[in-house]
Design a protein around this ligand. Sequence first.
Ligand SMILES: Cc1ncc(COP(=O)(O)O)c(C=O)c1O
Length: 381
Amino acid sequence: MQIHSKLPDVGTTIFTVMSGLATEHNAINLGQGFPDFPMDKKLISLVNAAMEKGFNQYVPMQGYMPLREAIAGKIHFLYNTNIDAHTQVTITPGGTYAIYTALTTVLQPGDEVIIFEPAYDSYIPNVEINGAVPVLISLHAPDYSIDWNEVRKKITSKTKMIMLNSPNNPTGAVLREHDIEQLQDIVSGTNIFILSDEVYEHLIFDNILHQSILRYPDLMERSFVCFSFGKVYHCTGWKLGYCVSSAELMKEFRKVHQFNCFSCNSPTQVALAEFLADKESYLSLSSFMQNKKDYFQQLMSQTKFTPLPSYGSYFQLYQYNNISNENDKEFCIRITKEYGVATIPVSAFYKSATDSKTIRFCFAKKKETLEMAVERLIKIK
Ligand SMILES: Cc1ncc(COP(=O)(O)O)c(C=O)c1O
């Protein structure tokens, strides 16, 4: 049998490769973005209780209604925006799926999509599989902010969408109010959609305000805003998230969703519907993760790595040009094998594998894990 690949240039993701290498060499995994500490036991009990109560069959295609209502309530509380739980929220199996579905909902072959690099690795293949064309704009260290004049230059009659991700993976950069003003100016009067990946909405440091697209009605009407419970509640393996959009766009989103996943895992939705009432569980996340970031950075000051600023997410970039001239992938593979610490090369977030001698660390780990990892990293000559 011959298969004509839809994604001929795509191999196995770097996260799978590095996590596999970490297991093989018994390395500490600061590569893939997942916490190594336990999630909240109360949420686990709520899932157990939901299963015991018989919530083990399909819930509606749009998601369990009390959960959608809880999400609408949370959005009102956080962003002072009224969202209709019936028509504007859909529960999805994770944030990545929500992003893929939103892209598939609007993209036609030949459409152009603006993507800022470094970018979360699913974006480009998700655009290409829909026959659309990624238009790439590079962000530059150390602040990885967006040059909006460059965006203006790249807009054409074919531009269908702009993809945003704040707080950003892998850079830890966040959108500021002036970015939103520029975005509003650029899209106003056009038919350009926005995909806003906000899976790290609660992981933002130094009391910076999260510039959610949900705050801005003029942007909301053209946006799909994607979230992940896995990132908020330390349960990435649950793969549960949601998309928020205007009622008009959501109607089309659901047409794609209903013939792909149809309905997501029921007991976790029932549990989360209740758990979302506990505001502290998400409001406390920023300071919890900032403490981890600050502790990790303090430990890392004993090494030869140079930190780049991280304002959000659970990642921090470090440059290693004081240590080696190897390209970042070779360097990551070598330190996994020789020093037992796995990280992610930032070139993996560029279509053309741009190497800036920069690697990504995930600091959402137990204190002991971070300490053990840095003990090993100090030894790198
Ligand atoms: C920027 C970004 N978007 C989306 C996701 C995916 O979230 P989920 O695991 O819910 O699909 C991740 C996970 O690493 C991410 O970093």
